[in-house]
Design a protein around this ligand. Structure first.
Ligand code: ADP
Length: 283
């Protein structure tokens, strides 16, 4: 974890990094993915694990849902850069005025701003004694991946996948309770198998009665903006998949359906299916 705080120092060099590539001596040697799983032997006590994981995947795929569940299970913080951006937007922080247009048009925030926000969050976590992290929404560009690779070891990158028509529906169905902050989804997906493609069923994740009247929709979850975010994902973030694939760190995971089908399968592929705490991992 100490290494990650170097990200804060590195943040001041981001502008200069934007114009040059890291040399191999600045980039940590990539461990093979198989070694990743051997790093976490204490299956009986997942809280002893100190994972440094990344979630990749298109908008709406469920990165937040599964990253948050794994974070509860493994007792490591779930750090979503989208949340950091939204917190900054809601505050009167130094970047708030620059951010709203960028986010509402579905564009990426500059590497300089995003690294500054992430460094601040990691520094605050380290001061509280946090160990490890599950990053969600970072890195989103090759440049961000190179910067991260230069300051810490990422053990595993989980790449969540779902068909594109479902991604759009899931984004449009997202709702947040403006009181408790809970994330819900009113989309009900029921796509029949067709021409050799499997069908997919995803039940809505409905809020409790208390939250019903307090639901809001993210301002960037409109059809036009989601389509733009998907386009940007393919252009800017998809190459990050190859970045980690070539380093043996990428775990591809095709979501078979909603949480009841996908969560146990994800635990299985992560060799976490015998964790005692899995039943209590919060939604
Ligand atoms: N790593 C990042 N680099 C640049 N911009 C980011 C990053 N993470 C989040 N953002 C900004 O915050 C917005 C919301 O992010 P997020 O909640 O992760 O969205 P999504 O649901 O599309 O994955 C993004 O569209 C982008 O403007």
């Amino acid at each position: 974890m100490a290494a990650i705080t170097r990200l804060a120092k590195r943040a001041s060099f981001v502008s200069s990094l934007a114009t040059r590539t890291l040399t191999s001596s600045q980039v940590n040697a990539p461990p093979h993915a198989a070694a990743t799983f051997r790093r976490f032997p204490p299956r009986d006590n997942p809280s002893k694990r100190c994972v440094q994981w990344v979630f990749l995947g298109c908008p709406g795929v469920g990165k937040g849902t599964y990253a948050s569940r794994l974070s509860n299970l493994l007792a490591v913080p779930h750090i979503a850069t989208g949340d950091l951006v939204r917190d900054e937007l809601a505050s009167s922080g130094p970047f708030s005025s620059k951010l709203s247009d960028i986010v509402n048009q579905g564009q990426l925030v500059s590497d300089e701003i995003i690294i500054s926000l992430l460094s601040k969050r990691l520094g605050a976590g380290e001061a509280k004694g946090e160990l490890g992290f599950i990053l969600d929404g970072f890195p989103r560009t090759i440049k961000q991946a190179e910067i991260l690779e230069g300051v810490t070891d990422i053990d595993l990158v989980i790449n969540l996948k779902l068909r594109e028509d479902v991604l759009l529906e899931k984004c449009l169905g997202r709702r947040i309770c403006n009181q408790c902050g809970g994330n819900f989804n009113v989309a009900s997906i029921d796509i029949k198998a067709e021409n050799g493609s499997p069908g997919i069923i995803m039940a809505p994740l409905l809020p409790p009665v208390n939250c019903m009247s307090k639901l809001i929709t993210r301002s960037d979850d409109t059809e036009a903006v989601v389509k733009e975010r998907l386009r940007i994902y393919h252009e800017m973030t998809q190459p990050v998949e190859e970045f980690y694939r070539s380093r043996g760190k990428l775990l591809e995971f095709n979501l078979p359906g909603g949480i009841p089908e996908s969560w146990p399968k994800l635990l299985q592929v992560l060799n976490l299916d015998d964790c005692e705490d899995k039943r209590s991992a919060a939604a």
